[in-house]
Design a protein around this ligand. Structure first.
Ligand code: UD1
Length: 269
């Protein structure tokens, strides 16, 4: 909570200043670096209730090692699936609030000025020049730093939580494609079009830790059973809309990307 003013000032106020200047200068195209955090938990279905939005996992469940979210209607186990862009936003922390606010501001700017915006909802980006020593460092950088120090990666929960690790070069290409498409296309009816930017090759955190440890020649990961309050269990997506509309197809396969990541230096921020 102590970061709340800083987050909102950088992400929300900063975006507002940028958009006002774009309107003044007549810049009509925006590609926003958004995030899959706007969805909250991923997509889930209950065999009795169909598609459902699970509530945040209670701490006593996590403490007892019950990591899978339950159906909010009947408490039954859920089947996780891939999240689509139409899924209603469900931000679950301040960072997610600010990313969603950016999307809303960008859409309002586009409608008011006749501009167009694409929101690229990055999944878990990794690759060269990933910072290692900020609270913002993702799990791949954290694991890699530990492995370089000769220590085992510490895998939270039971390691079965799923993410989509998308390589930074693929993300960079998605940005160029989105910029070209937004610049060339007609204005977006709602002002903003969202795209999941994912590899389409989801992995569990346990599997990612194992692949990175093997590629680094480091010690085997340790599954701790620990947890972070506010973490979601599974969040994965198919990049189908980006493929169809932007011509985006991820080029870096998981195994190749992790092997390369194991060899390249992680930078200090
Ligand atoms: C991350 C970012 C989010 C960003 C999103 C998409 C953070 C805190 N979250 O979310 O801002 O928008 O990716 O790029 O930066 N884990 C371990 N061991 C560790 C650290 C993490 O097992 O040492 C687990 C976590 O419990 C979680 C998973 O790894 O289940 C992913 O964590 P993290 O890399 O922080 O990413 P997200 O929470 O998915």
């Amino acid at each position: 909570m102590s970061d709340l003013p800083g987050y909102t000032s950088a992400n929300v106020q900063g975006t507002a200043v940028l958009l006002a200047e774009m309107a003044r200068a007549g810049v009509a195209v925006l590609v926003l670096a958004s995030s899959m955090v706007v969805y909250g938990e991923g997509a889930y279905a209950c065999e009795r209730h169909g598609p459902v939005r699970p509530r945040p996992r209670p701490e006593d469940a996590l403490r007892a090692g019950h990591f899978e979210p339950a159906c909010p209607g009947c408490g039954r186990p859920l089947t996780p699936g891939a999240v689509a862009e139409e899924t209603p936003a469900d931000p679950r922390n301040v960072y997610a609030d600010t990313k969603l606010a950016q999307e809303h501001l960008a859409a309002s700017w586009a409608r008011a000025t006749g501009g167009s915006a694409a929101a690229l909802r990055y999944h878990n980006v990794y690759g060269p020049r990933m910072p290692r020593d900020t609270p913002y460092a993702g799990v791949a950088a954290i694991f890699r730093s530990r492995l370089l120090d000769g220590r085992e990666p510490l895998v939270f929960e039971d390691g079965g939580q799923r993410r989509d690790f998308v390589h930074v070069r693929d993300v960079a290409r998605a940005n160029v494609l989105a910029l070209e498409r937004v610049a060339a296309g007609p204005p977006e009816p709602g002002g903003l079009r969202a795209y999941n930017i994912a590899s389409g090759e989801p992995r569990t955190i346990g599997a990612m830790a194992g692949a990175l440890a093997a590629a680094c020649g480091g010690p085997e990961p340790r599954v701790t059973g620990g947890y972070r309050l506010g973490d979601v269990r599974h969040i994965v997506a198919r990049p189908d809309r980006a493929r169809r509309e932007l011509g985006f197809s991820p080029a870096v396969a998981f195994a190749d990307g992790m092997a390369e990541f194991a060899r390249t230096p992680v930078t200090s921020s």
